[in-house]
Design a protein around this ligand. Sequence first.
Ligand SMILES: *[C@@H]1O[C@H](CO)[C@@H](O)[C@H](O)[C@H]1NC(C)=O
Ligand SMILES: *[C@@H]1O[C@H](CO)[C@@H](O)[C@H](O)[C@H]1NC(C)=O
Length: 468
Amino acid sequence: MAEVRASLVCGVIAAFLSSAVLAFVEDLDDTFKETRVNDIWLVDFYAPWCGYCKKLEPVWHDVGMELKSSGSPVRVGKMDATAYSGMASEFGVRGYPTIKLLKGDLAYNYKGPRTKDDIVEFTNRVSGPAVRALPSKQMFEHMMKRHDVLFVYVGADSPLKEKYHDVASELIIYTYFFSASEEVLPESLALPELPAVVVFKDGGHFAYDEYEDGSLSSWVNKERFQGYLQIDGFTLYELGETGKLVAIAIIDEKDPTEESSRLKSLIQRVAKEYREHFNRDFQFGHMDGNDYINSLIMGEVTVPSVIILNTSNEQYFLPSEPTESMEQLVQFINSVLNGSAQAHGGDGFIQRIKRVVFDGKSTIMSVFRSSPLLGCFLFGLPLGVISLMCYGICTAESDDGSEDIKREGLTDEEEEEEEEEEEERRRTAELEGREEGENEEEEEEDDEEEEEEEDDLGEKDPGEKKTD
Ligand SMILES: *[C@@H]1O[C@H](CO)[C@@H](O)[C@H](O)[C@H]1NC(C)=O
Ligand SMILES: *[C@@H]1O[C@H](CO)[C@@H](O)[C@H](O)[C@H]1NC(C)=O
């Protein structure tokens, strides 16, 4: 009897919970325009047919649940952007899914990885005050431990503080902004003048200088990363948005000869010791393995080696000889800086053709990979026919089509290589800010793709704010 009652209670609780779960994410319709104004909203604009949107759905539920249980004032919703297309386009939705945080008359785009933790972190950061006060020494130290890069305004009210606030309310999508009085900072920290905007990072601190650094927002944008980073495709894309060139040591983390770790520490030292010289123009880091870069430059870089990328025009620079010493590395970076280094690649006409061919090849390979039979049929049959025709025409000598078909079939080893290439190519597409159309086509095909893949959708500036 007690059991029956217990299970009944459980059932009721479960029913209650499941209805509560539904309430974590509100389904929005065209009344949203009126209802949104008094609240902060986190909205997923989705399309029913889009694969990425389906993948986001459970994550979105978790986000709603976590925000509600943590007492966040942010309401979480989702809107079928195809059903309410007028409203979606008013919000500047140009691809699916689009995640936006709507706060007052501002809309912030979320562009990061689509995981619960990342989205919740973003939401808490952006929904809170643009500038957060650090009232005590303990608080300052606590934040120093938590953040690798920490922006702090130091001083009393001033025009600089107003400017700082404006910059913060725009760039809060990237990082936190704090303010503090001088007493809160360590005594050892002697700032030449107040008020000041200071960034704490890389084991030191650097103050903003209006004359040297230009506008506060461009300085923040350039300083918001640590001076040296481990770089992957997504980081590279983010780094590119700072407008800096990216100097990368391509290494093999498992290299037993230690060549790789030598080069890594070399570039690490340059990043630190030559900060004064290079920080304005370069971001430094290392990447494990050369696959990503290979597909980016449609070539082959040796491991270990150094490459400098200009992500804004897709050009890259390679040292003329292997980098053995610090001097060599510094000289190489200098030569890129003064324009005497030979640039490769780029986004010119020939490079675009090359990219099309490269992508075409990768696409063919991916067809073979997912379905060799279909691949043989699609590409092998015409090839065979053409070969036979050739055979017929020039009966003299011909290795005939069957050979070609076999080669197209690929050995296992090659296949693996191609698979990686294909992966990388897709990330590259992201990097290059490809148009949305392409990405959407790929959606159905490839489920294991990177989350951030079709993030961009033509909105080049993630700092972009839309005012209604
Ligand atoms: C990088 O590309 C941008 C955009 O084309 C260009 O203005 C800049 O001069 C390039 N930098 C170098 C070092 O080539
Ligand atoms: C550019 O820098 C390189 C390396 O430091 C140096 O050898 C070269 O003379 C410089 N060229 C110009 C035109 O300044």
